[in-house]
Ligand binder design. Structure first.
Ligand code: ATP
Ligand code: MG
Length: 427
């Protein structure tokens, strides 16, 4: 019997994990520059936290939850996304209090869980990087946050980016629009997919997000939300587009874009990469404004804006665009040691180099010199230090610079006293 990982999950192995670290580090540095600070919430939550926020009629809640009852009978779910958990934490820790900065800005990096049909760029455990900003209803927050997301992808070297925006307006807007959608889709009720027939009565906005081919035809003919905006909603959206124009950020308005989560209000956006290889999974980042969510989860009336991007999809885009990311870490020094007799001294030398602040490795497999040199080369060692019985008896070690080919016999005491000087001289 041999085991395999669960369907829809991945092992991120060395060689690949360096790319993840690079992406995560790029995000950390950029987001910190925008004054976002890291938050880490649990991998599981009370079911209600997600169902109330994301919405019972969404695919995420109705089909994709990894939920279960724990041994104490609590209804728990692995988190399918992190906005709802972060809002829960924001309310629970009263982060709206006067001692906290406003807007209160956090970012997160971590695994999310959705029971989906696995395919390229669609997993059951996937990873998101995202941000949330609480407390600002200024359209400038929408714009600077979207620009930060674009900047992140640019820093990673992605060229083909498309910013697509829409507005879902406020309550008044959505009530009016809901009625318009009801009227439109009711006329074709029998031709809609089974899911959408149900959505028509529960939440007709959800039909716009349908991936069903037959539905898509009626979605294309659906009324535009832009014709139903309240005065407030119109004003917010006009300011967002005016600011994007002022900053010369290209964007497209897509009036049938709704997103798969119920909590959004006003501005929503997606960043797409239109490489045909990604197929339907072309959205690498998505987000928007959620001005009612904090109140919905028991906090004070607080606007919010955020986005999430999928790391696995981002990696596919980077691969398609042939962007080179750092692979394995390079090594400063490799200690080749020949014969059992040198084992202890090789350990001492390697540790001394590490203690001096350099990366170092050595052979511990008792291999022949030739195989050890091969390892040194594979690990990208800049210096190779060779310790044989002769050298050891003489209190010396052989040091070779791999770049220049220069070789020197150096006293072991010099390695112990000042490896930095030797390194600087030879590299
Ligand atoms: P989709 O329409 O592709 O299902 P979504 O609307 O469900 O996406 P969000 O919930 O907004 O996506 O999540 C934001 C981002 O997280 C997506 O743009 C995508 O990059 C990534 N993502 C979402 N679900 C998955 C998944 N199952 N596997 C991998 N990445 C995912
Ligand atoms: Mg989805």
């Amino acid at each position: 019997m041999s085991y395999q990982r669960p369907k829809g999950t991945n092992d991120i192995l060395p060689g690949e994990s360096e790319k993840w670290q690079f992406i995560e580090e790029t995000a950390r540095v950029l987001f910190n520059d925008y004054q976002y600070h890291e938050i880490r919430t649990p991998a599981f939550e009370h079911y209600e936290v997600i169902s109330r926020s994301v919405g019972d009629t969404t695919d995420i809640v109705s089909k994709e939850m990894y939920d279960f009852y724990d041994k104490g009978g609590r209804h728990i779910t692995l988190r399918p996304e992190d906005t709802a958990p972060i809002v829960r934490a924001y309310v629970e820790h009263k982060l709206f209090g006067p001692e906290y900065s406003k807007p209160y800005k956090v970012f997160y990096i971590g695994p999310m869980f959705r029971y989906e049909r696995p395919q390229k760029g669609r997993l059951r455990q996937f990873h998101q990087i995202g941000v949330e900003a609480f407390g600002s209803d200024n359209p400038a927050t929408d714009v600077e946050t979207m620009i930060m997301a674009l900047e992140f992808f640019k820093q990673l070297g992605i060229q083909q980016l498309r910013l697509v925006i829409n507005t879902l307006g406020d309550k008044e807007t959505r009530e009016n629009y809901r009625q318009a959608l009801m009227n439109h889709f009711s006329a074709h009720e029998d031709e809609l997919s089974e899911d959408s027939q149900r959505r028509l009565h529960e939440n007709p906005l959800r039909i716009l997000d349908s991936k069903d081919k037959a539905d898509k035809k009626f979605v294309a003919e659906a009324p535009s939300i832009l014709d139903y905006l309240s005065e407030d909603a119109q004003s917010h959206f006009t300011q967002v587009t005016a600011m994007l124009d002022a900053l010369e950020v290209p964007y497209e308005v897509e009036p049938t874009m709704v997103r798969g989560l119920d909590y959004y209000t006003h501005t929503i956006f997606e960043i797409m990469n239109d490489n045909p290889k990604l197929g339907a999974q072309s959205t690498i980042c998505a987000g928007g404004r959620y001005d009612q969510l904090v109140e919905e989860l028991g906090g004070p009336d607080t606007p919010g804006f955020g986005f999430a991007m999928g790391i696995e999809r981002l990696l596919l885009v980077l691969e398609n665009e042939k962007v080179e990311l750092p692979a394995l870490h390079k090594l400063d020094a490799y200690v080749v040691n020949i014969g059992d007799f040198t084992n202890v001294e090789a350990l001492k030398v390697t540790q001394a180099i590490r203690a001096a602040g350099f990366s170092a490795d050595r052979d511990v497999m008792g291999r022949k010199a030739k195989a050890q040199f091969k390892s040194a080369d594979k690990e990208g060692a800049k210096l190779v230090l060779t310790l044989g019985e002769d050298e050891l008896n003489a209190g010396m070690i052989n040091v070779k610079s791999m770049a220049s080919g220069e070789e020197k016999r150096i006293a072991l005491t010099a390695i112990y006293n000042d490896f930095t000087q030797i390194f600087d001289e030879m590299i």
